[in-house]
Design a protein around this ligand. Structure first.
Ligand code: GAL
Length: 385
């Protein structure tokens, strides 16, 4: 895996929000860091441990500084950063472009440069930056530029994770603001409909993702099984293993950052297998970080926007090809190789490897038709031969 510079590839890690929301503390975060470091997650690329909203006191101190809630983080943020760094991992925190965070804690509006300095002092490596309580008529683009500049000048490498839920045409201006990733949708929920809607909404935005500024389709719900303490995220709670596998595959092919959102202390074997699939992660972490293109399957009359093929061109000339059936019925999905730029006249074939089954899938010329169960997918890596 070639990495070059902060934010070059889609960031990978864990974030506290999906499962724990306000109920966070330093023991939990340390526990998760231990698991990431010791149970093989770090080995496949997960590195940022991110505390989301609800970590601070309700008021700044007399000097205008943010204060970590001593009941939740009695040792303070620098000590927590030290612990996470001692595991060879990186530490992320959260603030907001508005006056308050979404949960009503102090935001960084008009405190951008001093908050960035404070984060650097705590040795933070990543900042998620939300969009609640933005004063009306304040320009959001300007506020992301501000914090980006503050971070780039705080004396420490801090990855900037913008989170304005896809508002204000963010994909048009976020890269030039300096952010390394940007949330492109509203909050994910731990149910199939939410996963499906987010994925479909971003297919046409594929051209906007790439090295140093990645389209963040929100934290993963893989392995949550309805386990959030937040009614909104947990609504109609939980998916099947197949649905989580398809969710992970979509996020990998579409180049989204991979931020785990489940309680890793309780992850079952199947969840671990999904989150640590090295072949899927390799596709997500391909050095060129190209967005994928969609091929609508033939025949035309059969199309729904829930059945499609996503293709990601990889640095070494191979193709990641995902056959996705997000519909509720089993479907045959056929791919004509002319849609990939392979003419019959070229005499070239595709030799495929099945990234979930971890085995050869055979060599095909001109076309491949597969049958995919409802809510399932088939992810192949194709090599021209
Ligand atoms: C939302 C954001 C979530 C989470 C939450 C915290 O705006 O999209 O991912 O950070 O705020 O209050």
């Amino acid at each position: 895996m070639m990495k070059s510079g902060m934010g070059f590839l889609p960031p990978m890690g864990w974030n506290s929000w999906n499962t724990f929301t306000w109920d966070i503390n330093e023991d939990l975060v340390k526990n998760i860091a231990d698991i990431i470091a010791e149970k093989g997650y770090k080995d496949v690329g997960y590195e940022y441990i991110v505390i989301d909203d609800c970590w601070s006191l309700r008021e700044r101190d007399a000097h205008g500084c943010l204060v970590a809630d001593p009941a939740k983080f009695p040792s303070g943020m620098k000590a927590l950063a030290d612990y996470i760094h001692s595991k060879g991992l990186k530490f992320g925190m959260y603030s907001c472009a508005g006056t308050h965070t979404c949960a009503g804690f102090p935001g960084s509006f008009e405190h951008e440069f001093s908050d960035a300095a404070q984060l650097a002092e705590w040795e933070v490596d990543y900042l998620k930056y939300d969009y609640c309580f933005k004063p009306r008529n304040m320009d959001g683009e300007l506020l992301y530029r501000r914090m980006s500049l503050a971070l780039k000048n705080c004396g420490r490498d801090i990855l900037f994770s913008a989170c304005n839920w896809g508002a204000d045409g963010v994909h048009d201006w976020i890269r030039s603001s300096g952010a390394h990733m940007y949330r492109s949708t509203g909050d994910i929920q731990d149910n199939w409909g939410s996963i499906k809607n987010i994925a479909i909404s971003q297919i046409e935005k594929s051209a906007y993702t790439g090295n140093y500024c990645h389209n963040d389709m929100d934290m993963l719900v893989v392995g949550m099984f309805g386990g959030s303490n937040n009614d909104f995220i947990g609504k109609i709670g939980g998916c099947t293993h197949t649905e989580y596998k398809t969710h992970f595959s979509l996020w990998c092919l579409m180049g989204s950052p991979l931020m785990i959102g489940c309680d890793l202390r309780k992850a079952d074997e199947e969840t671990e297998k999904i989150l640590k699939n090295p072949r899927l992660i390799e596709i997500n972490q391909d050095a060129e970080a190209r967005g994928c293109y969609r091929v609508k399957p033939e025949p035309q009359w059969f199309q729904t926007n829930e059945v499609f093929i996503l293709v990601k061109v990889l640095q070494n000339g191979e193709l990641a090809v995902g056959f996705f059936n997000l519909s509720d019925d089993r479907r045959e999905i056929s791919l004509q190789f002319w849609d990939l730029g392979i003419s019959y006249a070229s005499g070239r074939k595709l030799s495929f490897y099945d990234c979930w089954e971890d085995k050869d899938f055979g060599t095909y010329q001109e076309r491949l038709a597969v049958t995919v169960d409802a809510h399932d997918c088939l992810i192949l890596r194709g090599k021209l031969v």
